[in-house]
Structures are given as structure tokens and as C-alpha cells.
Design a protein around this ligand. Sequence first.
Ligand code: SF4
Length: 407
Amino acid sequence: MANLDKITRLAMECGFDKTAPGMYDLNDIDLNKVKVLGEGTKHDTCASTASKRKVTPSAGTIGFVEQAGVCHAFTPDGRCVSLFKTLYTNACQHDCQYCPNATSSTNSKIFSYTPEELAKITIALYRHNSIEGLFLSSGVSGREEIIMEQMLDSVRLLRQKYNFQGYIHLKILPGTSLDHIKQAVDLVDRVSLNVESPSKSHMSEMSHTKDYECDILRRQGYVRDSMEKRGLPAGQTTQFVVGASCETDKEIFDSMLYEYDEMKVKRAYFAAFSSVPGTGFEGRPSQPRWRENKLYNIDWLHRVYGFENSEIDLAFDDAGFLQKKDPKLTIAQNLIAKPLDPNTASAEELLRVPGIGPISATNIVRHRQKERIYKREQLKKMGVRVNHARLFIKLNGWADTDLGRWC
Ligand code: SF4
């Protein structure tokens, strides 16, 4: 059953009185509102949903991460938790050309929660064992301060009135005040403010109402400074809409580096632009999911493998785009002049070979202290994906120009 259907069914079942007596009268809940506001968050990523598998959601489908209603996130201690994922309101004064909530969109039927309503639904779903936390985003209807205050009221009710100490991820709206950002940092586990595009000029193509430097970057700086002083368990994150404004992957990569270095974001997420009927960009082509996946690949090479930026630059073509093939393979083809001997190559050199990750590189270095590596079976046992690695390493002096000799 689709996540959203599940949420609305549960909302209906609850009347919520079975799990929270007297808390909620069924008649108080507008199930269509629960559904529309849940659906409104489907392009917002709270954990990596990158998947190479093609999945078509249908009746009986479970575990499908792209549907609205519930998403998953990793807590600071590494647990995966399911979150009730919703907008506070789908009304928005901004005109982001890709967004179904924008003023210019012809899609929207407007809904909004009240703080008490949202807090009660979250608690009821929690008591029903359907969710473990909340991911709260919103459109900006009227002044951002008013909506941000109401979102914070919802969180305060959860924390203080209902004593909910579970995981909460709160969106910071563009233009939010420093005072509200401090309050958010004190109350929740993670905040995020989506940068959406890699530069001011790209942002101005996507929206005439959002000021890239003032509404986004300055507010991310407020979060960074507040976080440093007050702490924030799961840090701040951000997201790019990939391909909405004709930006290149290289521009996104450079902006991602800025986000990590200057804004101290914990994770950057990528959502391939999807053309939605009724929005300003409805005529633009949707971007393939593989483009999003390749950006996650280079993010991984940067954050986890510790590749130099100059090395990652080798993955881009002359126009600044990533190819459909694995970026690590493109980098290796440009970087590794001669096949490496796993008995002598350094761990850093081995890590640059496709099919060898940090664990297998460490395994190789440990293993060769005890025994010489002379056959591919040994590499396989050490976690090397030999089919990926074979072009870049040699065994017994032989490279894989002749598989028969590469024993
Ligand atoms: S700020 Fe832009 S992206 Fe966010 S809800 Fe409003 S129109 Fe949509």
C-alpha cells in the first residue's frame, strides 16, 4: 500500500481515539488535507533515495522510497527511522517555476494545518507505531515569519505538551529570521534549507521572488553559526534541483563544495528536475534519474573516499557534465597511467581503482603484509570487485590485456 494511502487510512482509523483516547475526533480530520500536504513533499529528499532499480509503484508495493507520506532518515547514532513527512501548508507566495505550490501554479487546492492539529496527528501516528519522527516542510504563505512561527509552535507542542523526544527534521523557510532559526536549532534534530540552484543567476531563472544571497545563503550562515554555539544533533542539510535551470553538473559540484566548506552542511541531496503540468517549467524536459545518481557518486568520492577536487574534475566532460558511466571509472581512465601492483601500490592509489573501496584497500594492505597477492581469488576475498578493477591492476607482472594470463 502506498505510504500516503497508509497515512490517510491510519488517520481515519485512529479517529485516533483507540490509541489516544479523547485526543481526536474523526470528524476533525480532513483526510484530503493529510493526503495533499503529504503529497506536497514528494520532491524533498530527507535521506538519499538514489536507486538504480526501476520500480513502478502499484497496489501491494512496499518499501518504495519515492512516495509521499513517510520517508526515512538516519539519526546521529546511525538508526534508520521512519518519519511522517508533510507540508504545513501548500500555499506559497514564491514563484519557483518548477514547484506545484508556487503562486503561478494552476494546480493547487490550498490546505493548511494548525499547530495543534499537526502535533496531534504526529503523536497519534507515533502511538500507532507507524512513524518514529517528523519531517516538516512548508510553502511560504504570506510572511515567512508567520508560517515559521506556526511550524515552530507545532514542534513546541510535540516537545513540550506531548513530551515527544523523537527525531524531527524541520525545514527553514527562505528569509527566516535569526531568532526563529535559533529556536529551531534548540528544538529539533536536523534543519535544512534548500539551496536549489548553484548560483544567483540560476536562481533568478527559477524564481523572481527568492533572493539567493539574502533568503538562502545568509540564512544558511545563521544556521551554521547557531549550530556552532547551540549544537544540532543531525546538523543542517540542503538540496539541489538538478537540471531545472540548465546548470551544469560541474556548477552543482562547485556549489556543493561551497555548501560543505562554508555552510558546514552535513549532506547535500540532489533531486532530478521533474516537469509538473501547470507549473512555469512544464515545457522543460524532466531530467533522467541517472544524472542525480552520478552527482551522488561524486559526492561520495568527495566525502567518503577523500578524492581531491582536481581528481573529481576529471569526471566532467568539456561542457561540465557527468557521463552516464561511473565517475570513478572516468577518473581512473584519466588518472591511472599504468596498471598498479596491489603488492606495492599505496592505499591511496588502490582507492582510486574502480572496484576497490576504503575497506578493500585496507584489506589489501593488511593482507600483503602476511602473504603476497598473486591471484584474483585473493582479491575477491578481500572485497574487491575484480571485474571493475581488472583493467587497472596487474598480478604477477601481467595486466588484463590478456585475461588468460591474468590468473
Ligand atoms: S518556496 Fe518555492 S519551492 Fe518552496 S514551496 Fe514555495 S514555490 Fe515551492
